[in-house]
Design a binder for this molecule. Structure first.
Ligand code: UDP
Ligand code: MG
Length: 315
């Protein structure tokens, strides 16, 4: 039996990049059909695009039986698109790939060899350079990976992209994680399995613009921390403990000073500083609690991860 490879492509406003992507992926599909006898299924997930991404996808679907699509009722985010893609994919192997050709389709051969012949469950791409990226962004990215790997039990590789080819088993494991706050990098690390890392040079997108502003990336990294670690909550308790200790010492010092030297003029300025400082630390800790509460709140609502408006595949 020939193996089927599903290529899951989350698309949000990718009308400019899609023609290049479709050209490349179909070329790759032909190459792999010849080389391994593998069949392709290209599953586009239209994540509520505002341009004509959907009509372009439909055009491809009309002339090419390999093309499947699922279209959301609005923009749910890439994480939701990946989830829906995994769910609707039928392949023995599933690959998640961006539509902007930043994930070179030519790497698929090496990835396929890894999972089909070398016994790996997953083959994932990792950037070794961050060429073409603003230096501040690279710096913060490095910092983020260092911190999250210290404080969480999900193994999250620096420079790892969402570009990966996995066996059906891994895809099903990821689908088992039906959480609403999805942080894919963490989820893929959390499920485990044997992953082969394939390194490549960063390439810039062929057309269109990145959807990730610095601010959005920052919020995303907070999602990652909150989703995969409870360390910030521990920080809150530790801070509270330290401040109790400090206050005990201060009380002791003041009592001793009063007993020995009498009661000199109270230090009003230092008092104000201390009040501000302690209030700041308290608000910060309540903020951390609030973040976890907010995530818990959203999680308990049990809302669907995505809503489909139309698609050309069955359940
Ligand atoms: N994407 C998506 N929904 C979103 C944002 C992005 O499906 O809300 C898709 C996008 O179309 C692309 C992939 O996710 O195929 C990666 O997005 P982008 O290239 O903007 O991210 P970057 O490569 O800069 O990290
Ligand atoms: Mg990109």
């Amino acid at each position: 039996m020939d193996k089927l490879i599903s290529i899951v492509v989350p698309c949000y406003n990718e009308a400019a990049a899609l023609p290049y992507f479709y050209g490349e992926i179909t070329k790759q599909s032909d190459v792999m059909k010849d080389k391994y006898g593998a069949d392709f299924e290209i599953l586009f997930v239209n994540d509520g695009s505002k341009d004509n991404t959907l009509s372009i996808i439909k055009e491809y679907a009309a002339k090419d039986a390999r093309v499947k699509y699922v279209s959301f009722s609005r923009n749910f985010g890439k994480e939701s698109a990946i989830y829906a893609g995994l769910k609707y994919s039928a392949g023995d192997y599933v690959c998640v790939m961006d539509a902007d050709l930043q994930d070179p389709p030519s790497m698929l051969c090496e990835m396929y060899e890894a999972v089909a012949n070398e016994g790996y469950d997953c083959a994932a791409a990792r950037r070794v350079t961050r060429k073409g990226e603003p230096p501040v962004r690279s710096l913060f990215a490095r910092l983020f990976y260092r911190i999250i790997n210290k404080i969480s039990n999900a193994d999250i590789a620096d420079g790892a992209r969402d570009y990966r080819l996995m066996t059906r088993q891994v895809a099903d494991a990821v689908l088992e994680m039906g959480e609403y706050n999805r942080f894919s990098k963490g989820i893929f690390g959390w499920v485990g399995f044997e992953t082969k890392w394939i390194e490549f040079e960063n390439t810039e997108r062929v057309a269109g613009e990145t959807k990730w502003s610095f601010w959005r990336l920052f919020l995303y990294s907070l999602d990652g921390v909150i989703g995969f670690s409870t360390a910030p909550l521990a920080i809150a308790s530790v801070l509270g403990f330290i401040f109790c200790m400090v206050s005990f010492i201060m009380i002791a010092v003041i009592i001793i000073k009063t007993v020995i030297w009498g009661d000199p003029v109270a230090g009003y300025p230092s008092l104000v500083c201390i009040i501000f400082f302690v209030a700041g630390v308290q608000t910060f800790c309540i903020g951390i609690l609030g973040q976890y509460l907010a995530k818990t709140y959203l999680e308990t609502k049990n809302r669907p991860i995505y809503i489909i408006k139309e698609k050309n595949i069955g359940e």
